[in-house]
Design a protein around this ligand. Structure first.
Ligand code: ADP
Length: 254
């Protein structure tokens, strides 16, 4: 039995092919056409797995763009999928912190793995991957470079949480010849602070698993890990947790 999970996110589309273990995965930008992104990334994951579409017994879609997928068997919310995916990777997970392209969320998981509670910031770009993308644009660096630059530098203070105002603040810091490293460190600290604020609204039990594309930034991981303690799990591929969960939902219902 083989299932596929397709997570059409605001920024990236992720696919996992699952046969009890992760058989293949693929990630690509969603772009302007979520339907096409879902199909293309699914095809890429099939090729990597050496499979054809007819070999897949069940396809489950999640993410904001799941509604545009006509070839799937079932649609499931991101909250359920993140919980499933995180528990597969780290079975003791009780809290999931997810920072994606356009939202951030905290999900509380009961002992039996069901979703007990969640809170989501999807009203503004502050504290999301979009914030990081805008800031790397101003600094003219990649997301990976931002992660490297932020490490070991004293953070420049960035007071605005709002992406638009923070952008102006950073332009001002560059004019004052504050180093890119200090600004990168300040940007990362801003994202971490925003997430720490969100976690105060849902009880965060251990173990905590950090998912979403922003968990690819080692400095944000280091800050959150120092705040939340030893039982803070960072998956090797944090961006595919939702797609993995969708694939598992499919696998369980074949
Ligand atoms: P969505 O499901 O909303 O599309 P994802 O969980 O796929 O979101 O995450 C997308 C975000 O991941 C992007 O906005 C980007 O900022 C962030 N991201 C991807 N790679 C990196 C990286 N190396 N460092 C920091 N952030 C990253």
């Amino acid at each position: 039995m083989i299932s596929a999970g397709i997570d059409v996110g605001s920024t990236a589309t992720k696919v996992v092919i699952f046969d009890g273990t992760i058989r293949s995965m693929a990630i690509a930008p969603t772009g302007w056409n979520p339907k096409e992104a879902g199909r293309n990334v699914f095809n890429e994951a099939l090729i990597k797995a050496g499979l054809q579409e007819r070999d897949i017994d069940r396809i489950v879609g999640t993410g904001y763009g799941r509604v545009s997928l006509s070839f799937i068997d079932k649609k499931v919310t991101e909250i359920t999928c993140h919980a499933k995916g995180a528990r597969f990777l780290f079975p003791q997970t009780r809290t999931i912190i997810d920072i994606g392209g356009q939202d951030s969320k905290v999900i509380a998981v009961a002992e039996d793995g069901s979703v007990a509670d969640f809170i989501m910031n999807d009203k503004c770009a502050a504290g999301t991957g979009r914030f990081l993308q805008v800031m790397t644009g101003i600094l003219d660096i990649t997301l990976d470079e931002l992660g490297q630059m932020a490490s070991g530098s004293k953070p420049a203070s960035i007071n605005s949480m709002c992406t638009v105002f923070a952008e102006s603040e950073i332009i001002g810091l560059l004019a004052q010849e504050v180093t890119k490293e200090a600004i990168a460190s300040g940007i990362v600290q801003t994202i971490a602070n925003k997430m720490i604020g969100l976690t105060s609204r849902v009880p965060c039990l251990e173990e905590i698993t950090f998912s979403g594309g922003v968990a690819n930034n080692p400095e944000i991981c280091a800050i959150l890990s120092s705040v939340f303690g030893a039982k803070f799990n960072i998956p090797d591929q944090p961006q595919i947790v939702g797609a993995l969960g969708a694939a598992i939902v499919g696998f369980e219902t074949i």
